[in-house]
Design a protein around this ligand. Structure first.
Ligand SMILES: Nc1nc2c(ncn2[C@@H]2O[C@H](COP(=O)(O)OP(=O)(O)O)[C@@H](O)[C@H]2O)c(=O)[nH]1
Ligand SMILES: [Mg+2]
Length: 231
């Protein structure tokens, strides 16, 4: 197994080095940090910590993930996604990669609801949004996700098969919906989650929460209702 990390980052100079430091190197020897138009030293900090830095001027979480995928080395066969704010515990990468390595899963979601989230790390609006999205996916597909967490692993082959397109906040839920659609083998594992440094740009702001919440619901409607059976 050749795993490569993809880390979308927007102004995370203070934390990106810690994220890269915590990744277990033998298991995840390479990391691509996608600098999404940061105005701080995110790119330089990532390069100093040994990552390959890709720049994506088109703003958006999904746009950054897509740019990271486009830059994967040819021999990479498993992609590990995580956030740049040091909320995810990169040292837990083995928990996500093990089911893939054993040949039991195509997609492994790190669940912060099943694992230990530090108090205050998941804001109430994030918990509510996660619960609602998971409830709706269960109604539509009968599958019990417990989280839309950013820390996840997927085989390169499965990633190619599902054809991700979302350029912003719908990214995580799109992957989960398409995984159900394409009948991927999905496993959830408990992961830890800590409070980020600095202010959250998505769930920590009213506009970010509303835009993300709306986009997630729209994505569930689009793939779960309109396009069900189409792909
Ligand atoms: N590429 C990209 N990343 C973003 C954007 N907004 C936030 N991020 C990154 O996405 C991750 C999650 O953002 P964060 O502010 O922690 O929001 P929250 O955890 O959902 O409340 C972090 O790694 C951010 O650097 C964006 O517009 N583009
Ligand atoms: Mg965060």
């Amino acid at each position: 197994m050749h795993a490569c990390a993809v880390i979308p980052a927007l102004n995370e100079e203070a934390s990106i080095g810690l994220v890269l430091r915590d990744l277990p190197r033998p298991l995840v020897p390479r990391a691509i940090v996608v600098d999404n138009g940061s105005t701080d030293g995110t790119g330089a900090a990532a390069a100093a910590a040994g990552a390959t830095v890709v720049r994506e001027p088109r703003r958006g979480y999904g746009a950054a993930c897509l740019a990271g995928i486009a830059a994967l080395p040819p021999d990479c066969d498993v992609v590990l996604f995580l956030d740049a704010d040091h909320s995810d515990h990169g040292e837990e990468a083995a928990l996500l990669l093990a089911p893939i390595e054993r040949g039991e899963a195509d997609l492994v979601i790190g669940s912060r609801m099943r694992g230990r989230a530090e108090p205050g790390a998941l804001l109430p609006q994030a918990r509510f949004g996660n619960a609602l999205a998971c409830f709706l996916m269960r109604l539509l597909y009968g599958f019990r996700y417990s989280d839309l967490g950013p820390f996840r692993a997927i085989t390169r082959e499965a990633l190619a098969r599902i054809g991700m397109v979302d350029t912003n906040f719908g990214w995580t839920v799109e992957m989960q919906l398409k995984a159900l659609h394409h009948r991927l083998r999905i496993v959830e594992v408990p992961v830890s989650y800590r409070r980020r440094k600095g202010v959250s740009k998505i769930t920590g702001t009213v506009s970010g929460t509303l835009r993300a919440g709306w986009k997630i619901l729209w994505t569930i409607f689009r793939y779960g209702v309109l396009k069900r059976g189409a792909t």
